[in-house]
Design a protein around this ligand. Structure first.
Ligand code: ATP
Ligand code: MG
Length: 237
């Protein structure tokens, strides 16, 4: 898939008592296929809301009479035009999502969690994927593959969530504060893993981070402020 991103006329608002508060107001935005991006902004600035929109988990506000409707386009696919089930299928084929709260399934092991999205798609899991899942977890310093995931530390859970996102080799990777629970050394390792993965797979990577040192790792960097996206400098190549 061509995984260039194009946004047009995006308006997302949330009800706040009797009024509606604008969360995202993005008239136009483009990313080239394979771009790596760091997204930052204060808490509540809409970073998670933007990732959810890009991954088709939410949609922009419906257009008001006379106004053009918003559009989220990945390559040739305008995800707003897909039905909910088509969007689910598109997401499962193209998007790796690392959720801010991990969304792992308690009671299942680390390995089972990583394999879960693949389990939904096919009756039997190819051995090569099982091996890749094991290797991925070990690369991320998770060695208790059969440990129930809710017994792991937050940092370990975070790494399991990342392994689950990259296992199906997505061409779009959306990572919501993927290093928030990690110490400096593991944060560096995870950042490197995500950026290297994106480069090797020509994957478009958007990662949310508060950490200044992560910003320089991606090719581009954007600040989300009062609903608007502003490009900030990023010194990585
Ligand atoms: N489902 C919802 N209903 C109403 N308001 C919401 C909902 N989800 C988010 N918001 C509001 O939208 C705003 C943006 O939230 P969002 O979670 O996108 O921010 P964020 O930048 O990811 O913050 P953080 O850094 O704390 O994760 C916040 O003010 C939040 O309260
Ligand atoms: Mg958030």
């Amino acid at each position: 898939m061509n995984n260039a991103l194009s946004l047009k006329n995006i308006l997302v608002s949330r009800r706040d008592g009797r009024t509606r508060r604008i969360i995202l107001d993005i008239p136009s935005f483009q990313l080239a296929a394979g771009d790596t991006v760091c997204l930052h902004g204060v808490s509540g600035s809409g970073k998670t809301s933007l990732l959810q929109l890009l991954g088709g988990l939410t949609t922009a506000d419906p257009a008001e009479a006379g106004l053009p409707s918003g559009e989220v386009r990945w390559g040739d696919v305008c995800i707003d035009e897909l039905s909910e089930s088509e969007r689910d299928l598109w997401r499962s084929q193209h998007v790796g999502f690392v959720f801010q709260d991990f969304q792992l399934v308690p009671g299942l092991s680390a390995l089972e969690n990583v394999l879960l999205p693949v389990t939904f798609r096919s009756w039997s899991i190819p051995g090569v994927l099982r091996d890749r899942a094991r290797t991925l977890l070990q690369t991320m310093d998770i060695h208790q593959l059969d440990q129930q995931v809710h017994l792991l530390s937050r940092g370990e859970m975070q790494r399991v969530a990342i392994a689950r996102a990259v296992l199906p080799e997505p061409d779009i990777l959306l990572a919501d504060e993927p290093t928030a629970s990690l110490d400096k050394e593991n944060a560096e390792a995870v950042t490197r893993l995500l950026v290297d993965y994106a480069r090797e797979h020509a994957c478009t990577l958007i990662l949310v981070s508060h950490e200044p040192n992560m910003r320089g790792r991606t090719r581009r960097s954007f600040l989300l402020e009062r609903g608007e996206l502003h490009e900030t400098t990023s010194d990585a190549d």
